[in-house]
Ligand binder design. Structure first.
Ligand code: G3H
Ligand code: 13P
Ligand code: ZN
Length: 285
């Protein structure tokens, strides 16, 4: 059953657990995510970026997720979300396709510009019943910077600004930067838990952790206890898919594409199930 992402995250926050928001790009990744949700009886968010809308066709990938969720697992709450929309236009496109939850990511802009465009996005989306996640601070990407170059103070979410940002824009969900980073092994040696606590104290909306694909259970629990109710996961499922595909190709001469891709789908499913256990969403559907 397709549900409202914001409500799913609010419910997780109240229940003291988090949900996973997993990036999809194709049929098999979608199947891996949704089959994991079914087997774990877990609510789940399936999300897609602008590049994926271009790659797969926006309506095609949106309706693929929606159809699998509605036809094969009507008892499982599934949210569909635009991840890292970098412009007002891509948000607009996502809503035209049918998505009812979007992220506007103005984190590369200065505070005033991020605030202004986020407000414009919220006004547009709320008039259509679409909920909005935005990012304050900046969660860096693997490959853009070397570890030595990162001055973490430049990336962190400021709690005072977070309060002003949420109150002024009216966003529904806030993505925070507390030393988390996209890709593997890029994080600050220790997340800034005190900063997260300070943000959660002054901000009433659910908080999202991007780039925490490689976080083990202990860190996950620490941040859930301090107000995080959603984790975005892409790298670990992508690497599970690719790793299995590489192994399948190296180990045999299988020519049935379905068998090769089904093995990768199962690798995605295994990773997603492990994450759902860490996040505490298993059994919450
Ligand atoms: O954070 C975003 C995901 O890692 C995927 O990004 O689809 O733009 O490559 P992409
Ligand atoms: P990872 O690529 O580190 O899993 O982060 C995913 C993410 O934040 C997607 O928005
Ligand atoms: Zn992200």
């Amino acid at each position: 059953m397709i549900v409202d992402v914001k409500e799913m995250q609010n419910k997780a926050r109240e229940g003291g657990y988090a949900v996973g928001a997993f990036n999809t790009v194709n049929l098999e990744t979608t199947q891996g995510i949704l089959e994991a949700a079914l087997e774990m009886k877990s609510p789940v968010v399936v999300q897609m970026t602008e590049k994926t809308l271009d790659y797969a066709g926006g309506r095609a990938i949106y309706n693929l997720v929606r159809t699998i969720a509605e036809c094969y697992m009507p008892q499982i709450p599934v949210g569909i979300h635009l991840d890292h929309g970098k412009s007002f236009e891509i948000v607009q496109r996502a809503t035209e396709i049918g998505l009812t939850s979007v992220m506007y990511d103005g984190s590369r802009h200065n505070f005033a510009d991020n605030l202004a465009v986020t407000k414009k996005v919220v006004d547009f989306c709320h008039a259509k019943g679409v909920s909005v996640q935005a990012e304050l601070g900046n969660v860096p990407y693997l490959g853009e910077l070397s570890m030595q170059e990162i001055n973490w103070d430049d990336y962190m979410t400021d709690p005072g600004q977070a309060k002003e940002f949420v109150e002024h824009t009216g966003i529904d969900v806030l993505a925070v930067a507390i030393g988390n980073a996209h890709g593997f092994f890029r994080e600050r040696p220790e997340p800034d838990y005190a900063r997260l606590e300070a943000i959660a104290k002054v901000v009433s909306v659910p908080l999202v952790m991007h780039g925490a694909s490689d976080w083990e259970a202990d860190r996950v629990t620490e941040v859930i206890n301090r107000g995080v109710s959603c984790f975005n996961v892409d790298t670990s499922t992508r690497l599970a898919f690719i790793g299995q595909l590489r192994q399948s190709l190296e180990n045999g001469d299988e020519t049935d594409l379905r068998k090769l891709l089904a093995a990768s789908k199962d690798a995605v499913k295994k990773t997603v199930k492990e994450k759902m256990t860490y996040f505490g969403s298993a059994g919450k559907a």
